[in-house]
Write a protein that binds this ligand. Structure first.
Ligand code: NAP
Length: 242
């Protein structure tokens, strides 16, 4: 039995990833922060897929919460190790840089970039010891191309992309792979304020993507089949940017 942690598993893309990993036979730790009811729905879906898992609450951007929650899990589960980590939790707080408030900058960096750091640093030791690991970071087209109104979010996601490439080289010899998946526009709560009908005209596939489509590539990267892929950033954007 392999153990997988999905940060931000309560809703959207994270929920679809939890379901995919459950289908693949992983035990899924569904992390959430502010949506316990949504997280419980995800866990039910995991069980409906014939899988198993549990909820684990922490704010990825708060080092103490991350380390306490994961440390307690390790203490309760001696001999078991989380070998699949999907850093998916993310927020956006868009504003033109000229008008951006300090907290819009720091909140987005704290969740999207520091969250990756605190969670990954805590779990990587077990992966190195067990000589197997899969780290998959959900980044964004915004971190590759840059999007106006998202200097904070673009900076955070670009930061995770740089860290993905650096860490991949640090741990490759120990059979730990580190990759990033960069979605374009995907239907979720994060994009529900956007007008798909208007924006889809820019997308060669003429539609937003679905969380399940992102989950497929994450599932592949979590599997043994992706054993020679590391340090990669894989676009999933309907042809919007290549
Ligand atoms: P979403 O529907 O808004 O869901 C966000 C998830 O992140 C929720 O499960 C939320 O959990 C969790 N989360 C937020 N802050 C957290 C924190 N501090 N600690 C722990 N969990 C936290 O967004 P989504 O579209 O599924 O996005 C998932 C990832 O894909 C994000 O990294 C996002 O940047 C990225 N992405 C999305 C799109 C898109 O078009 N949707 C495109 C590119 C990249 P709670 O509700 O429990 O707090």
């Amino acid at each position: 039995m392999r153990y997988a942690l999905v940060t931000g598993g309560s809703r959207g893309i994270g929920r679809a990833i939890c379901c995919k990993l459950a289908e693949m036979g992983f035990y899924v730790l569904v992390n959430y922060n502010s949506s316990p009811d949504e997280a419980a729905i995800t866990l039910n879906l995991v069980k409906e897929k014939g899988g198993d898992g549990e909820l684990i609450k922490f704010d990825v951007g708060r080092q103490e919460e991350v380390e306490t929650a994961l440390g307690e899990w390790q203490a309760r589960n001696e001999g078991k190790a989380i070998q699949i980590l999907v850093n998916n939790a993310g927020i956006r707080k868009d504003a033109l840089l000229m008008w951006m408030k300090n907290e819009e900058w720091t909140d987005v960096l704290q969740t999207n970039l520091n969250g990756f750091f605190y969670t990954t640093r805590f779990l990587i030791k077990d992966m190195l010891i067990s000589k197997f690991g899969r780290i998959i970071n959900v980044v964004s087209l915004s971190g590759i191309k840059g999007l106006p109104g998202q200097a904070n979010y673009s900076a955070a996601k670009a930061g995770v992309i740089g860290a993905t490439k650096a860490l991949a080289q640090e741990v490759a010899k120990k059979n730990v792979t580190v990759n990033a998946v960069a979605p374009g526009f995907i239907q979720s709560d994060m994009t529900k304020d956007l007008d798909e009908n208007q924006l889809k005209a820019m997308i060669p596939m003429n539609r937003f993507g679905k969380p399940e489509e992102v989950a497929e590539i994450v599932g592949f990267l979590a599997s043994d089949k992706s054993s020679y892929i590391t340090g990669a950033v894989i676009n999933i954007n309907g042809g919007l940017y290549t």
